[in-house]
Design a protein around this ligand. Sequence first.
Ligand code: PLP
Length: 385
Amino acid sequence: MSQTPQLLLVSDLRAQVAALRPELDAAISRVLTRGWFVLGEECAEFELEFANHLGARYAVGVANGTDAIHLALRALDVGQGDRVLTAPNSAVPTACGIVQSGAVPCFADVDLEYGLLDPSSVERELDSPDGSSIRAIVAVHLYGRTAPMGPLLELAKARGIPVIEDAAQAHGASRNGQNAGTIGDLACWSFYPSKNLGALGDGGAVSGMRPELEARLRHLRNYGQEDRYHHVELGFNSRLDEIQAAVLRVKLAHLDAWNARRRAIAGQYREAFADLPLLTAREDTDAPSVEHLFVVRVANRDRLRAELEARGIGTQVHYPIPIHLQPAYRYLGIGAGRFPSAELRAGQIVSLPLYPEMRRRDVERVIDAVRDSLQGEPHPEEVSV
Ligand SMILES: *Cc1c(COP(=O)(O)O)cnc(C)c1O
């Protein structure tokens, strides 16, 4: 009997978990034996190890990346009555975190090649008639590459507003020698399982360099509590639990090697696709990507996806509908056409399989299938929208 080959996924955690299984079992078992499950030794140690890896002054574990954005904004006194500017092509949780703080999300356009916030568009928004109500910028390090933090920090500084890094897709990334998580006023991390550093469930952290914000974050994540049963401000419940922290300590030791493997696969893809009617972000040596997702732009995305699927290769779209055009965000009153580059990209992008444990023959399979599928196709730049 012939077996249907398994669909190659965009991201697949099974091989990684299998390889680390003894270490993960031991870490989880350590927590079970200790019998302490929230805000204990594992979280404290992981916070130190993660901050150390980043070169940040501190990291504060929270329940997930969305909460990290929410609490970072609170710690910076941004909320009700404020607007917070971010990228419209980010994952929706970026906007969820902003909404949780009580603020209203607003957007600027991104550059076509990388999909990162375009400082000139940000400047236009800040200088627009209601730009003075923008009280923070959340810069998204999309797909593993840092946003252009230098120009964004300059614009923000001139207006006395903070810049928060949404680093949920950029564990290990840097720009001009500065690590993601140490550049903005605060930085937000997600440890959702499929991120470059992922827990076995939800998890998140806020890292930073400004010492005065650390205690504030620690209070906010734990009911506003300073010492036991002494509450200094209105707080929330958002903590990185001990089992996830223990798991993350195991995985952090492998992050650099995993990122190197991601970069090697991305390099192979870039080289193999160079002559195809396909656009992919060039490597930028000033801002090396940790290749969280390998996203290409093609003229006929649905056709490519269907042909790859027929050959057992899964794809995804990150993300097909910009945030301002999602039904839930219609209340913002931002129509189609407002952010042309983000909207053009949304119709062309497709994410190919890429994860550290991907086998060489699977990388080659993807390359062959993409090459076959795109022969004779129009170039994405030549397609009008
Ligand atoms: C994953 C992600 C988040 C949110 O993380 P959760 O842990 O799922 O809440 C935020 N921003 C971006 C860009 C993400 O990719």
